[in-house]
Design a protein around this ligand. Structure first.
Ligand code: GLN
Length: 504
């Protein structure tokens, strides 16, 4: 592998600034890597070599002319395929949107283009972001670079695998119930879900609007923080956008970690998410080892209890499908993408919609639309949707109480390491249980990050550590995650077998 691809995004940016590297060279190296390994790994659904190189060239020219550039200018990035990119295919890994060329850019894309990061392409995902393994993509699975027989997590498996296999240093994901953090966890990469509203959702194809949030994917905590800084900020196009000032997250995190002490920090271990059935032994051991190290560095470790988390998964699987059923109603064969006419009988608006939706959506999407329509129907609304909303409030109250006792809350990101293809795809419930530790943050709107804390077991698969902070305190989350990453040592993403893949 070209050694420049091993660098972090911030190191690449430094080399671009000093003139040791050009963006064209760097982008070319990413594209070559993608060319060689994407046919096997299938992290990308679409690669835009021409567009990426054109941006790289423009940035190199501007730099040569001494123009003031964004700190990440010239660093290549990949985009999850549910974030709209003008004139570049955006499919949500669904036949429903195959071939769709959006007429506009999402706000995060406008920011990335303004900052001059070459967009190398769009990454694979579970269809419309529904899943935990990327096995629900209509265009084929993505492979985990640590073991190609295993899933890369989901729904953002493509972004995680692209970053984990050194095809790009940075990517964007979306997290509705864990789709940035859980793929991070099982691919040894870093993924963060910002505070709800910190990053604009304008141009993110909606799954469940009250839970969806765009966030960064990287190989180090500081890189993720730098990318969040770039994409965050108030957006008048998103009614739920916050007006918080955007803090220098990567500097804050770096400065805190430099102290090399966790004196004064209280870490709350969420009892319900760090023990018990479903959690792999090696995951729990790796998690505990980090806590021991943190304690040795002066942190106070306390146990906190969030009793209503027992019902969080259930509440999520009522609220999320309810919103899905309403958000996906727009894919009706009339306005976007696919249009299929019935094979027999009259061609009416209704029969075209039915035929289009039958052909365009996969099983998991259909399952959730049916479930969501059911829980919202008259007679069931109070029993299901109404009660789920009450649980959502209880989850928020549990977090409030826990954050009164600790600065941050922690748990393993995912109860298991990467599982094998097919292991859970036939049983939706077992797949859903994988999100047990990530979902509460979405229900409460708080920020959460996953970073690799160990390579565990005989299979040598990465384990993710999750740090949660109160809403609006993304800086606290990055600070603590960066300090813990430093205690663990060299970023574990470097140990991915992908770093030894031969390039021709
Ligand atoms: N795996 C979860 C689900 O299937 C989360 C999805 C997401 O965050 N987009 O709903």
């Amino acid at each position: 592998m070209n050694n420049i691809l091993r660098l972090t995004a911030l190191e690449m940016a430094e080399k671009l600034r000093s003139g040791a590297l050009t963006s064209v060279e760097l982008t070319q190296a990413c594209l070559e890597r993608i060319n060689q390994h994407n046919p096997r790994i299938h992290a990308f659904l679409h690669v835009d070599a021409e567009g990426a190189l054109a941006t790289a060239k423009k940035i190199d020219e501007k730099r040569a002319q001494g123009e003031e550039l964004h700190p990440l200018a010239g660093v290549p990035i990949a985009i999850k395929d549910n974030i709209v990119t003008r004139a570049m295919p955006t499919t949500c890994a669904s036949k429903m949107l195959e071939g769709w060329l959006p007429p506009y850019d999402a706000t995060v894309i406008t920011k990335i283009k303004d900052a001059g990061l070459p967009i190398v392409g769009k990454t694979n995902m579970d269809e419309f972001a529904m899943g935990s393994s990327t096995e629900h993509s209509a265009f084929g699975v993505t492979r985990n670079p640590w073991d190609e027989e295993r899933i890369p997590g989901g729904s953002g498996g493509g972004s995680a695998a692209a970053v984990g296999s050194f095809m790009v240093p940075l990517a964007l994901g979306s997290d509705t119930g864990g789709s940035i953090r859980q793929p991070g966890s099982v691919t040894g990469t870093v993924g963060a879900k910002p505070t709800y509203g910190a990053v604009s959702r304008y141009g993110l194809v909606a799954m469940a609007s009250s839970l969806d949030q765009i966030g960064p994917v990287a190989r180090t905590v500081a890189d993720a923080a730098a990318l969040q800084e770039l994409i965050a900020g108030h957006d008048p196009y998103d009614a739920t956008s916050l007006s918080d000032e955007v803090k220098p997250l990567s500097n804050i995190a770096e400065e805190y970690a430099r102290k090399d002490s966790l004196e004064g920090l209280t870490i709350g271990v969420i009892k319900e998410l760090s023990a018990g059935e479903g959690f792999q032994e090696e995951v729990l051991q790796s998690f505990q080892a980090v806590l021991n190290d943190a304690q040795a560095k002066g942190a106070r470790i306390v146990e906190v209890s969030c009793p209503s988390f027992e019902y969080a998964l259930g509440a999520y699987y009522l609220i999320m499908p309810a919103e899905v059923s309403s958000n996906l109603a727009r894919f009706d064969g009339m306005r976007y993408g696919l249009r299929v006419e019935p094979e027999e009988g009259p061609v009416t608006a209704e029969t075209v919609m039915a035929a289009t939706r039958a052909a365009g959506f996969g099983d998991e999407v259909k399952r959730r639309i049916i479930l969501g329509t059911h829980v919202l129907s008259a007679g069931y609304y109070d029993a299901y949707y109404g009660n789920a909303q009450k649980v959502r409030t209880l989850v928020q109250q549990d977090f409030d109480k826990a954050f009164a006792e600790a600065d941050v809350l922690v748990s393993p990101t995912s109860p298991t390491t990467a599982f094998k293809f097919g292991e859970k795809s036939d049983n939706p419930m077992s797949m859903y249980l994988n999100d047990i530790a990530t979902i509460p943050a979405n229900l409460a709107g708080i920020p959460g990050i996953s970073f690799p804390c160990a390579i565990a077991g005989e299979e040598r698969m990465p384990v993710g550590f999750q740090v949660l902070a109160p809403a609006h305190q993304d800086d606290t989350m990055y600070k603590v995650a960066r300090a813990l990453e430093k205690i663990i040592g060299e970023p574990l993403a470097q140990q991915c077998p992908a770093s030894a893949w031969e390039d021709e």
